[in-house]
Each structure stands twice: as C-alpha cells, then as structure tokens.
Write a protein that binds this ligand. Structure first.
Ligand SMILES: Cc1ncc(COP(=O)(O)O)c(C=O)c1O
Length: 459
C-alpha cells in the first residue's frame, strides 16, 4: 500500500472511531503488545476497538458493526454472547471457577472427556487438557516420543510434517511448522521436522484428479517410512484443510492412505484438528471423512464455542496404557496450571449441547448452500482462481499484479470500511463464518465482497 493510500485509509478509519475509542487505541498501543503484528504498522493503520459482540457481529464503541467473517481467528461457532453458552458459564461461575486437575477432578472435565470419547466410538478413550492449540501440539509430540521410549524404542524420535503446515507458535509446534514467516527467525532454536509434499489439490494438472495428487504425496511418505521408520515417532497433519498456509484443501484419500502407512510402518499419526475440528469441514472431526481415527487428535479453538482458551489431545487406550506404571517417570508428567479449567470445559459442554440439540451439521449444509449461492459470482471474476469450499470454509486465490505485496492489507482495510472483518492470507481470500450467519450477513458478503475485491486490486 502506498503512503498516500495508507494515510487515507487511516484517516477514514480514525473518522469512524469515536474519541472514547481513540483513547482505547492509544492506551493499547502504550501497554499491549499485540499478537502476530509488526506494531509499527499501527502508525499507518490504526487498530479497531471492539466494545461488544452479538451473533456474527462485532461492534465498535460508536456502534458500527462488523461481520465476523473469520470467526475471530476461527474460534467462534455459535456467535458472540450466545445466550446458551452464557447461561452455562454463569451457572458454572457460581459453582466452581477452577480447581487444579492433578490429584483432583470435577464434573465438567469428566463429562466433556466422556462425551468426546463417545464421539470417537471410544477409539480415542482419554483426553489430556491444555489451553491453546499450540500447547496441544506440544503434548501430542511429547506423548508420541515418550510412548516409543516407554515401549523400548527410544530411537523413534523424528517427526514429519507437510509442506505449508502450521501447528502454532511455541518451539515444538514451530518445529513442525513450514511457514517461513513464522518459523525462520527462530530456526536456530528449533528441532526441525522433515517436510513432506502437501497433497494440496490446487496442484492438479489437466486430466488429473485431487485423489491422484493425494496418492503422489503419499508415495513420498511411503519412501521415507520405508527407509526411516525406525527413527520416526510420528507424522503430523492438518486433516483436509491446511488453513494458515492459505486454505489448501485436499482429498480425504490422503488421510486414509496415511493411516494405513502409519499402521504398516508403526509410526504415529497426529491429526491437528485445532482449526478444522468441531464441524468446520462438514463433519464434527475432519478425520471422519476418511473413515479413520488418528493416534492423537488435537482440538482447540471451536471446542469452547470460541469463549475460553481450551485445548485437548485425545488418544488411544493402547497409548494411555504404555504410560500406566508403578514407575513415575513412565508417566506423562506434563501440566499447565489451568489444565481442564471447569469454566472452559463447561463452555465446551454447552457447545456440544448446541451441536446435538440443533442438529448443527445438518443445518450447516443448508447454510453452506446459501453462502455458496452468494459467493458464486466471485468464482467467475477474471482475477479469481481456485475457488474452493470444504464444509464451512470458502477460499479463492487472486491473481495479483507483479510485485503487489500489499493486497492482503488493502483488502482487510477496505473490507472493514464496508462492515466486513476478513483477513486474506497472502493472495487467498477466505470466509470462515460463525455457524449463526444470518441472511443479512450473507447479503452483506454477496454485495460487498466483489466491491472490496475491486477496490483492493491494483490495475
Ligand atoms: C492447525 C492449527 N494448529 C495449531 C494452531 C495453534 O493454535 P493456538 O493459536 O491456539 O496456539 C493453529 C492456530 O491457528 C492452527 O490453525
């Protein structure tokens, strides 16, 4: 974005924000270090204060509203200030806000673990809890490594991940992440995984199918397993959609094939469903579309309805049993102070209730058809390619002018001016809305997305 463009956007944004709002922004700049942000960019692009949320909408202190088209970083499922989740939390607040989970237990964590285990037909029988998605990745990696050690196979230490993978920002998670922007600065601190080809279906050549791409990517894993399985602990994947690299979608055949390779060569399969779990891809777990269960399944983001930090790792009983011993060092001694926090678990239980009571997976299919119809004209735009959808995730890539590095920021800014919260990843525009998107929100997307795209393109 040129200096004059950014100052005009900045002026337009400032004009939207009241004096009270400006005060919050200034105080935030003085005291808060914001995530995933080059703070200096806020000199030209002021941040937006948010005063409250309702349904799929966020409101600034002036009362301007913004459609939360990315579910506040992919966490919100049933809208902001959802009355049913609020009621459950208020009840829990008056009962038990927190108790440590080592040596103690409580109803919300037990009920949640039982219900999640039942949702996998008890294949994944135990849940281990943490707070953020990245912590669940650390846990899965450590558990896999420790399992092999407990089994007398300490050489099985290596991890494989996919090209373009993203699993979070802590050091272990960054070690299995293949996004240079997030990883490279910390390269010397990381124990990097081997990177396998992505089955990204956008690689199809004329006459090829997405399944053939998946089979080709599987062949590469097979070659590595054949030679190195003795030194490999696990392969970690984001099932069906690699979100952070730009919504790379792939065929379920890849997961099916990976499951059998992992069985054949005794390598663990870690499914990172932090972003794609909880109905995002059309089934509650993305793995269900490949009719398989992994050895470790990581959940976070949507599981608490987008209310509270909660993550968990579900695993097989055989893995749990390998830690069960009189010897304390064979146990999994990992912990976080807020492990299994009752409020977060109660929000998750209320979220699961909504799934059941409202038959959400079915109603999402109807909602998705309405959103399809609203976005379809964009697929015809001459600068749009690879228009795609998986469940409740829509994405498309924009052909940019040579050297255009500012598209994502320009689009974000223009979208906000038109009441839409959307943040493209590079040249990929995506929509990942809360499941309570109403007709007004769909109409706004249909009307404004083409305008925002037009305004964000350089000639
Ligand atoms: C697939 C995946 N795994 C892990 C994470 C990390 O989750 P958190 O940001 O809660 O640490 C993310 C975050 O976007 C993610 O998309």
């Amino acid at each position: 974005m040129s200096a004059s463009e950014s100052s005009s956007v900045s002026a337009a944004r400032s004009a939207l924000v009241s004096e009270a709002g400006q005060d919050w922004v200034q105080r935030s700049l003085r005291s808060v270090w914001h995530p995933c942000t080059q703070m200096r960019h806020h000199e030209s692009l002021p941040m937006l204060p948010i005063a409250r949320g309702q349904g799929a909408w966020l409101f600034d202190p002036e009362g301007h509203r913004y459609l939360d088209g990315i579910s506040s970083w992919w966490v919100n499922l049933f809208g902001h200030a959802n009355p049913r989740i609020n009621a459950a939390l208020k009840d829990q607040l008056d009962t038990l806000e927190h108790a440590m989970l080592s040596g103690f237990t409580h109803a919300p964590v037990v009920e949640l673990s039982e219900r999640l285990s039942a949702s996998t037909d008890h294949v994944l029988g135990h849940c281990f809890y943490a707070s953020d998605g990245a912590s669940s990745i650390e846990i899965a990696l450590k558990m896999s490594f420790h399992y092999w050690r407990n089994k007398g196979l300490p050489a099985k230490q290596g991890f494989l991940c996919l090209q373009g993978s993203y699993h979070g920002e802590t050091l272990g998670a960054l070690g299995v992440t293949d996004v240079a922007l997030f990883r490279d600065a910390y390269g010397p601190l990381l124990r990097a995984a081997q990177v396998m080809p992505s089955p990204d279906a956008r690689q199809v050549q004329p006459g090829e199918t997405a399944e053939q791409i998946a089979q080709r990517a599987l062949q590469a894993v097979h070659d590595v397993f054949r030679q190195q399985a003795d030194s490999l602990a696990a392969i970690i994947v984001e099932p069906l959609v690699q979100c952070a690299t730009g919504m790379a979608m792939y065929d379920p055949a890849y997961l099916k094939g990976l499951r059998s390779l992992c069985d054949q060569y005794q390598v663990h399969l870690i499914a990172d469903e932090v972003a794609v779990g909880c109905g995002r891809t059309g089934t509650f777990y993305a793995c269900e579309q490949a009719a398989m269960w992994p050895d470790f399944l990581c959940l976070s983001k949507g599981i608490s309805g987008g209310y509270l930090p909660l993550s968990l790792v579900m695993t097989r009983d055989e893995i749990y049993q390998a830690f069960y011993s009189d010897d304390v060092t064979r146990g999994f001694l990992h912990s976080h102070s807020y492990t299994g926090n009752p409020l977060a678990c109660r929000a998750a239980l209320a979220t699961l209730d909504i799934f059941e009571q409202d038959d959400v997976l079915v109603s999402n299919r109807l909602l998705a058809q309405r959103i399809d119809a609203a976005l379809a004209p964009l697929a015809q735009h001459d600068r749009v390619k690879h228009y795609r959808r998986c469940g409740m995730i829509w994405a498309m890539d924009v052909s940019l002018s040579e050297g255009d590095k500012g598209f994502a920021r320009r689009f974000f800014e223009q979208a906000l001016r038109r009441g839409l919260l959307l943040r493209p990843i590079g040249n990929t525009i995506y929509v990942m809305p809360p499941y309570v998107l109403d007709d007004e929100g769909i109409d706004l997307l249909a009307r404004q997305l083409p305008v925002v795209l037009h305004e964000s393109l350089e000639a």
